[in-house]
Design a binder for this molecule. Structure first.
Ligand code: ITT
Ligand code: NA
Length: 181
C-alpha cells in the first residue's frame, strides 16, 4: 500500500518513511508548505489544513501536525512550536526553563488523513522532560532538549521511532489503513 505524506520538514518525512516500512506501507513525499490556521488546538489545525489542501491534491494524503507542550509554561509552545523553534530555538527554551524545577513536557502528534471524501484524525503522545542542556546530534527540532528516560531523543537515534508521539499516531493510522483491505 502507498500513501502520500505532505510536509516541508525532512526530519518528519524520514521518520514517517522508516515507521511505514515496519507496517509494510510505502510513503510518498509531497514536499511543500501549506496553510495552517492559527489559534486553535493541534487537532483543529490539522483537520482544517487537510480540508484546505484537499482542494489541490486529488489523491488521498495525510499530514501531521506536532508540538511540544511544556507543563511549567502552561503548554507553551504547543501549537506555536514551529514558529518558536525557528525564532528562539532550543537555546531560547532552555533559557525560559532556567531555574524551573518542574521539567515535565510532552510531544503531541495529530495526523489528518484525507481519504478522498472526509478527514480522519489520529493522535499520539509521549511524555518526557526538558533537559538542562542540549544533548545528542541525531533527530531534529526539539530532540536535543527532550529527555525520554535518561537520554534525549537526539541521543536515541532509531530508538526514538519505537516510542515517539509520531510512532504512536502512525500506529493507529496504519492499523486503520490495513483494516480497510
Ligand atoms: P510541516 O508543517 O511542513 O509538516 P513543521 O516543521 O512546521 O513541518 P510541525 O508544525 O509539525 O512541523 O512541527 C512543529 C515544530 O516541532 C517544528 O519546529 C518541528 O521541528 C518540531 N517537532 C515536530 N516533531 C518533532 C520531533 O519528533 N522531535 C523534535 N521536534 C519536533
Ligand atoms: Na506544521
Amino acid at each position: 500500500m502507498k500513501v502520500y505524506f505532505v510536509t516541508s520538514n525532512e526530519g518528519k518525512f524520514r521518520e514517517v518513511r522508516e515507521i511505514g516500512k515496519k507496517y509494510g506501507i510505502e510513503i510518498d513525499w509531497i514536499r511543500r508548505k501549506y496553510l495552517e490556521p492559527q489559534g486553535s488546538d493541534l487537532e483543529e489545525i490539522a483537520r482544517i489544513s487537510a480540508q484546505l489542501l484537499a482542494e489541490e491534491i486529488k489523491e488521498p494524503f495525510f499530514l501531521e501536525d506536532s508540538g511540544l507542550f511544556i507543563e511549567a509554561l502552561k503548554g507553551f509552545p504547543g501549537p506555536y512550536s514551529s514558529y518558536v523553534f525557528k525564532t528562539i530555538g532550543n537555546e531560547g527554551i532552555l533559557k525560559l526553563m532556567e531555574g524551573v524545577e518542574d521539567r515535565r513536557a510532552y510531544f503531541l502528534a495529530v495526523i489528518a488523513f484525507w481519504d478522498g471524501e472526509k478527514v480522519l484524525t489520529f493522535k499520539g503522545r509521549v511524555d518526557g522532560k526538558i533537559a538542562r542542556e542540549m544533548r545528542g546530534d541525531k533527530g531534529f527540532g526539539f530532540d536535543p532538549i527532550f529527555e525520554y528516560g535518561d537520554r534525549t531523543f537526539a541521543e536515541m537515534g532509531e530508538e526514538k521511532n519505537e516510542v515517539s508521539h509520531r510512532r504512536r499516531a502512525l500506529e493507529s493510522f496504519f492499523e486503520y489503513l490495513k483494516s480497510l483491505k
